[in-house]
Design a protein around this ligand. Structure first.
Ligand SMILES: C[S@@+](CC[C@H](N)C(=O)[O-])C[C@H]1O[C@@H](n2cnc3c(N)ncnc32)[C@H](O)[C@@H]1O
Length: 264
């Protein structure tokens, strides 16, 4: 809907070109069983108890290699799901999954969606919105029909006292000379609402914690790297694993924001 103003603020500086899944090797590392479990769990938390039960045409925005899409197809068979992502290697991985054989996948950016106005009943974005530029809100509003739903999960900029989080915080502090702020570092829960265009009504906005346990610090860093988290903070080089390495069995907590909104 051209002319609708985004009332949102941009909570931190983003560089939309800095999306870490543009090459095949990164997409391959992302597309692991551990990540399927993590993103699948997150998606289940996002759609738990969703009312009304979605029907019609649905878009998985920033669908990547399709972890959330697989869950959506399973959970809401009454919806004709489609996926869109800016990374062609990620889409190529989604395209060969038998569970997604009936899902139409498009290579495009959230800020310029290749769909007609008012053509979707529901748009879901699982851990992708924090990579989008400011135009994504207006585009989502444009492609949703009046009364259509938007469900978003995104990382919160919040550190807990779990061992893995404390270790990472010390690690980040030690590497701070090398910091190169890119994007995707998470937002505060109250900032999530501000990403939306003005004429959407928020029905649910809450935080949740997803717990994971890693065998050691190297495994934690490898996972963060595959999810784009280290890339977002350090750039392409990461920060390495030298120095203090904590004991085996490292718990880590992801603080996430869950948002349900509806077009007025
Ligand atoms: C952390 S992955 C999440 C993928 C998927 N939603 C899942 O649950 O597994 C983030 C995805 O957002 C995509 N992305 C980043 N910026 C984008 C943009 N501007 N438009 C569309 N997709 C984008 C990336 O290519 C990547 O596949």
């Amino acid at each position: 809907m051209p002319g609708v103003l985004v009332r949102g603020i941009v909570p931190f500086e983003r560089d939309v070109s800095a999306v870490p899944w543009s090459d095949g090797e990164r997409a391959r590392r992302y597309d692991s069983d551990d990540n399927r479990h993590f993103y699948g769990t997150l998606l289940s938390r996002l759609v738990a108890g969703v009312v009304p039960f979605p029907r019609g045409r649905g878009l998985d925005l920033g669908c990547g290699s399709g972890f959330a899409t697989e869950k959506l197809v399973q959970a809401f068979p009454g919806v004709a799901w489609e996926g869109v992502d800016v990374s062609s290697p990620m889409l190529a991985r989604a395209a060969v999954k038998p569970t997604l054989a009936d899902v139409s996948l498009r290579h495009a950016a959230a800020e310029a969606l290749p769909y007609a106005t008012g053509s979707f009943d529901v748009v879901v974005s699982n851990f992708s919105w924090h990579w989008f530029g400011a135009g994504a809100g207006n585009e989502v509003l444009r492609v949703l029909r009046p009364g259509g739903w938007l469900l978003v999960s995104a990382p919160l900029r919040q550190f807990s006292h779990a061992d893995g989080n404390r270790w990472l915080a010390r690690r980040l502090h030690g590497c701070r000379r090398d910091f190169r702020r890119l994007g995707s570092q998470g937002m505060r829960i109250e900032e999530m609402a501000n990403l939306l265009p003005g004429n959407m009504r928020i029905h649910r906005l809450e935080s949740a914690v997803i717990e994971e346990r890693f065998p050691d610090a190297a495994a934690l860093l490898a996972t963060l790297e595959s999810r784009g988290s280290l890339y977002a903070i350090f750039g392409t080089d990461g920060c390495g694993v030298s120095g203090e390495v904590p004991a085996v069995g490292l718990p880590f907590e992801w603080h996430v924001g869950l948002l349900h909104a509806q077009v007025n």
